[in-house]
Design a protein around this ligand. Structure first.
Ligand SMILES: Cc1cc2nc3c(=O)[nH]c(=O)nc-3n(C[C@H](O)[C@H](O)[C@H](O)COP(=O)(O)OP(=O)(O)OC[C@H]3O[C@@H](n4cnc5c(N)ncnc54)[C@H](O)[C@@H]3O)c2cc1C
Length: 389
């Protein structure tokens, strides 16, 4: 039986371990942190799940992820995804683009006027038309990571916490030696490197062609609300009444209603960040809540920090270079796709080609591979192509 070492036990590495163990690989997952640690990108009680993207590629990817989340729940016995529906509001062009792609993908969605929407979701304020789709809601982040790891372990994977990988040594095209900072060497037929904000170090040293990655510390805020668990997930798209390009994302959770500006935080070194709360950034989210989140107590915020790992165009990296598969650059909107990213990672390990959109060296015309499937367009006007949370 082929042995695969997965480095990194955030949501992506854990999903890959589950998929690989499901396909009969002997899997060892090495995670440097303790179980449930809060140093990376996958901790906390909530992440948005949604199908709405202004881009057919991501709409179809999210649609593939949904039944895999349900399979994870069935296998692990852990509830991970609650469908609460999602609302998008903001500039009409953004709403029309989302609606168009949902319709094109055959997904139910409808547009409501601002008064009608306010009646249905009195906790939110709207000044434009609102797009609603029901196949969306809240993923429980901590429970999802736990469920992937438990389901992987139930299929024979060995999950080890507190083990930090120092380097990967390749021995030809189909052997890799994974060396820990403790000096242990684990030999495998393949490795999957899914180290989140640490990708510019370990992943960049282990594969060639990794796009430039920017690691930022973001600061979501929770506000108390009596009915927090009944809230839809929401995206208030930037522009028009909401100054600036960065939209606001949010959703209800067991910690209150979460809200944050997307991808506005400072660049950090994940090993040296001090995790202190930026009072100015906190005040900006509070001011947003005072104006737009009528159902929360904006005077009682609780801020936390979390890492984004951003590629230039906010497309992910899911590709293989020899015996090493890399999962990186999830650009603040990757969690919802984790169940299908695990599947794509296992496909790569078994030798199937990946999507060109997620490839290493995609910005290098000399490496362009016409054989690769590309499921969607890349002609989005904004750098991030409207990919928010
Ligand atoms: C504030 C915030 C809000 C977000 N909201 C959403 C949302 O609503 N919807 C959505 O879809 N996405 C959202 N995201 C994005 C999503 O959470 C991330 O894309 C996802 O969690 C990335 O997971 P990861 O496994 O790549 O990284 P991580 O979770 O950081 O996992 C990487 C792991 O690798 C480990 N590691 C690093 N180096 C080593 C080493 N040398 N040896 C062993 N282990 C190592 C780390 O300890 C870490 O546990 C949000 C992100 C943030 C920060």
């Amino acid at each position: 039986m082929a042995h695969v070492v997965v480095v990194g036990g955030g949501v992506m590495g854990s999903a890959a371990a589950w998929q690989l163990a499901s396909r009969g690989f002997a899997v060892t997952l090495l995670e440097r942190g303790a179980a449930g640690h809060t140093e990376g990108s996958s901790h906390g009680s909530s992440r948005i799940f949604r199908l709405a993207y202004p881009d057919a590629f991501y709409v179809s990817l999210a649609a593939r992820a949904l039944p895999l989340w349900r399979r994870l729940e069935a296998e692990s016995g852990i509830e991970v995804l609650s469908l609460t529906g999602a609302v998008d509001h903001g500039p009409p062009a953004a709403i029309e683009a989302l609606h168009g792609e949902l319709r094109a993908g055959g997904h139910a969605a409808r547009v409501l006027g601002p008064e009608q929407a306010a009646e249905r979701w009195p906790g939110l304020r709207f000044d434009t038309s609102v797009l609603f789709h029901a196949a969306a809601g809240r993923l429980h982040a901590d429970r999802a990571v736990l469920a992937f790891q438990q389901a992987a372990a139930a299929k024979g994977a060995v999950v080890r916490h507190g083990v930090r990988v120092a380097k990967l040594l390749r021995h030809g095209a189909d052997k890799v030696e994974v060396v820990t900072t403790g000096g242990e060497a684990v030999t495998a037929d393949a490795a999957v490197v899914a180290v989140g904000g640490w990708a510019p170090g370990l992943a960049a040293r282990s594969v060639s062609g990794l796009p430039p990655l920017r690691v930022t510390q973001e600061q979501p805020v929770h506000f108390p609300a009596p009915d927090a668990l009944d809230w839809p997930s929401f995206i208030h798209h930037g522009g028009a009444a909401l100054a600036g390009d960065s939209g606001v994302y949010g959703l209800g959770s067991e910690d209150g209603v979460k809200a944050g500006f997307h991808a506005v935080g400072p660049v950090v070194d994940p090993d040296r960040r001090d995790r202190s709360i930026d009072p100015l950034a906190l005040r900006q989210v509070q001011e947003y809540a005072e104006r737009w989140l009528l159902g929360v107590d904006a005077s009682a915020p609780t801020a936390t920090t979390c890492l984004y790992t951003l590629t230039p165009e906010h497309d992910f990296v899911v590709d293989r270079d020899g015996p090493v598969t890399v999962l990186a650059g999830f650009s603040g909107h990757g969690f919802k796709f984790a169940s299908v990213i695990g599947e794509l990672a296992a496909d790569l390990v078994t030798g199937r080609p990946g999507a060109r959109r997620f490839s290493l060296g995609r910005t290098d015309p000399a490496r362009a591979d016409p054989e690769r499937a590309d499921l969607g367009r890349t002609d989005q006007a904004r750098t991030d192509g409207g990919k928010t949370a």
